[in-house]
Write a protein that binds this ligand. Sequence first.
Ligand code: HEC
Ligand code: HEC
Ligand code: HEC
Ligand code: HEC
Ligand code: HEC
Length: 209
Amino acid sequence: MSRPKKSVRILLLLLGVVVTGSLAYAFSNARKGYEPRQPILFRHTRMAGAPKMEKNAKGEMVNVGGFGIPCLYCHTMPYKGRHSTVPSTAVCMNCHSTVGLNREWVLKMKEYWDRGEPIPWVKVHNLPDFVYYDHSAHLNAKNEKGEPKLALVKDAQGIPMTNACEHCHGKVELDEIVRVKNPFNMQWCLDCHRKPEMKGPTDCVTCHR
Ligand code: HEC
Ligand code: HEC
Ligand code: HEC
Ligand code: HEC
Ligand code: HEC
């Protein structure tokens, strides 16, 4: 089957987004500051944050910080596919079949597990359906020297980022509750694509196909 000419497709797209775009504006979640409550109080600070040892009341050294679990242990797909995927409860149970069984939220999680139900995590970042986005294309992009484009940039304070996820999601390891920290709108995508060190594509069909 022949595909319509590019110009026709873009016109159709424009028509389509006028309708769906306004609906998407009303329903889309991908908005800076969005911070939905989750069914389990899962804290990235505790699971992915840096350890912090302190003396407890009995004088023993305990970790009141995080366990520094790498992002990719739980989000296994960002370098391989479009979506990053949220882990299944089986991943949590690798540890929590034996660890933390005196904690309220760990027990709540185990109830889902014992019932064989997935945890109904609420999506935090959620672009409208007419936008195409792909994690792996971003995380695997290399410059002329073969270095990853999304790993080298420093943040506004000049501090190098610790992982490539930070470019878009900020320091998730410091989140008690995950929050959308960037606008995630078209202007924001394009601002980065236009940076000389990024050279991301800017034609409409890149993101609207
Ligand atoms: C122990 C497993 C685990 C680790 C480690 C982990 N995460 Fe998560 N992550 C989750 C779970 C579960 C959710 C869904 C619940 C939530 O949003 O809090 C989630 C949600 C997210 C979301 C929001 C997803 C959405 O719906 O938009 C982002 C972004 C994210 N994680 C990034 C990271 C980054 C970056 C790291 C490393 C610094 C990391 N995560 C480490 C388990 C993990
Ligand atoms: C690599 C091992 C490991 C994995 C995988 C893991 N955890 Fe944990 N988790 C721990 C440890 C260690 C603690 C600390 C237990 C304690 O404080 O007694 C903990 C504590 C917790 C707590 C209670 C502490 C708090 O205040 O936040 C919750 C809730 C929790 N984990 C949820 C999860 C969920 C949900 C997943 C899967 C997305 C997960 N964990 C995956 C090791 C793990
Ligand atoms: C270039 C920006 C960018 C980078 C870098 C990035 N993400 Fe995302 N992430 C997004 C966008 C955009 C979405 C929303 C996708 C959607 O709604 O279709 C998203 C969604 C997610 C989600 C929700 C599930 C999904 O795929 O829709 C998780 C989890 C996540 N990202 C984790 C990560 C992790 C972990 C890293 C680092 C290894 C990372 N992201 C790097 C832009 C980025
Ligand atoms: C932090 C910078 C940055 C941000 C923010 C960003 N991008 Fe990108 N994007 C890139 C880079 C770098 C490339 C890859 C260029 C290359 O191939 O070398 C790219 C490539 C792409 C591609 C081409 C993928 C393919 O299959 O070839 C799409 C689609 C895309 N971005 C969509 C988006 C969308 C949608 C957003 C906003 C929600 C976004 N990007 C935000 C840096 C960014
Ligand atoms: C790098 C990715 C990217 C490129 C390139 C891009 N867009 Fe978008 N576009 C988006 C995103 C993301 C949204 C969703 C914005 C939102 O939900 O706030 C969007 C939304 C739209 C909308 C809906 C109205 C609005 O502003 O939200 C229209 C119309 C649109 N784009 C047209 C275009 C046209 C025409 C081009 C080419 C000149 C283009 N886009 C190129 C990412 C892109």
